[in-house]
Design a protein around this ligand. Sequence first.
Ligand SMILES: Cc1cc2nc3c(=O)[nH]c(=O)nc-3n(C[C@H](O)[C@H](O)[C@H](O)COP(=O)(O)OP(=O)(O)OC[C@H]3O[C@@H](n4cnc5c(N)ncnc54)[C@H](O)[C@@H]3O)c2cc1C
Ligand code: SF4
Length: 477
Amino acid sequence: MSAKDFRFLDLPRQPPRTVPVAIRVLGYGEIAGDFMPPEASGQAERCLDCGNPYCEWECPVHNYIPNWLQLVQENRLFEAATLMHATNPLPEICGRVCPQDRLCEGACTLEQGDFGAVTIGSIERWVVDEAFRQGWRPDLSGVRETGRRVAVVGAGPAGLACADRLRRAGIAVDVFDSQREIGGLLTFGIPPFKLDKQVVRTRRAVLEGMGVNFRLGVEIGRDLAFEQLLEDYDAVFLGTGAYRFVDGGLPGRQLDGVYDALPFLIANVDRLLDDAPVPPMLDLRGKHVVVLGGGDTGMDCNRTSIRLGAASVTCVYRRDEASMPGSAREVNYSKEEGVNFLFNRQPLELLAGEDGRVRAVRVVRTEQADGGRGALSHVEGSETELRADVVIQAFGFRPSPPSWSTTHGVELDQGGRMRVGQGGALPFQTAHPKVFAGGDNVRGADLVVRAVHDGREAAASIARLLAGAEAPVGCAA
Ligand SMILES: Cc1cc2nc3c(=O)[nH]c(=O)nc-3n(C[C@H](O)[C@H](O)[C@H](O)COP(=O)(O)OP(=O)(O)OC[C@H]3O[C@@H](n4cnc5c(N)ncnc54)[C@H](O)[C@@H]3O)c2cc1C
Ligand code: SF4
């Protein structure tokens, strides 16, 4: 072991500084600042380079983390960016939005030893941002065009990852999306204070430079028939996401002032993209907002409501804080920005005022049977009313498979997820041999990095299918 192997003893974990709360809540800019080059390489030096890198295994795309941390220490920026792209088509995005505390950084040996994990996500983000700034681009000069064509439906992370890998295998790609911009939930769901939309635009330019052709504002099944894709292309990848809102069935949910999370977040992104004024629905100035749900979407609604000027934001979650499904980092940001949390409270009903708008949420205290994620019971006599001028329901999403997929032989499981890789099929191949799928439409609502994994692996299967059974899939970095 060299002296460097003990760098973590004298250099503490230090992520990039965040914008002070008083400033960040005034706008929608990303709250994480940038590393200065010596800071990034100093933080990279904290890596122990342990023989069995648990971080790599917990990372869903199995990034070569210790190897690129070594390149960062040696100031070999472009080589680090190239190595990051070998496993992850969207590293600067995952570096921003992955819940690292539950994935790579949660598994870091230093974290286990209470020294604080290496700042893996921030370094990943910094390397690619900086490499792009300095002109680095993926090198496809060695790619041989195969003359094959694939249609990708959905320009979310699954579709983008698939398109990237197909181009590296010499396959022409048209990506269709009903939205006016690429990104799926990267653009229209995740708020800009977590992921600046310019980052997605830069990635679009990079993909276009690789030869990916985007056909935006085209909804398959409405503007263009799915049959047409099956006729015109050698294979089709479906990365259509999961958009069916989970309805909590609360009495009063139809009242004015009650919104579902995604339309609320999309309306805000839409008006920010157009630089348009705040529409009445989003004018929360002086209003008391109650957000129902403790996942990442709930945290995004909390923090958006704060920025829209709410007088108070209360987040209601039916279990305790330790059982929250989202990232601890996002919960902490909500708290820092002034959100009140009410744990162990179950909403029962939304109550109307005289004007027919929502005026309160009736909640009851809950107890968890086994102190964890076990059955919940209501505490008798503990019902109270929370004042609410606006209620945002963030109970999650279920798959929303397009009807044309099933009429063309794509099979679903009982939960509506597309079945892939069954009965001898290739990984991510559906029951229709020409159709592949991945991301939220296969897993149910999940994470960006898992959608990226699926798109990458589906592209490998498509390339294999098109090249003939056992041909290796070439992947230029
Ligand atoms: C509010 C919110 C915040 C989140 N925050 C995080 C986070 O911080 N970190 C994280 O890792 N994950 C987060 N997620 C989850 C993450 O965004 C998703 O898991 C991921 O985007 C799924 O990728 P996808 O490509 O499968 O689908 P999507 O991103 O949903 O993209 C699907 C695309 O398909 C298009 N499409 C669908 N049907 C058609 C059709 N018929 N024709 C043409 N186009 C079509 C849609 O327009 C869309 O652009 C969040 C989700 C939400 C809702
Ligand atoms: S992709 Fe996500 S989980 Fe993997 S190393 Fe990067 S930040 Fe960590």
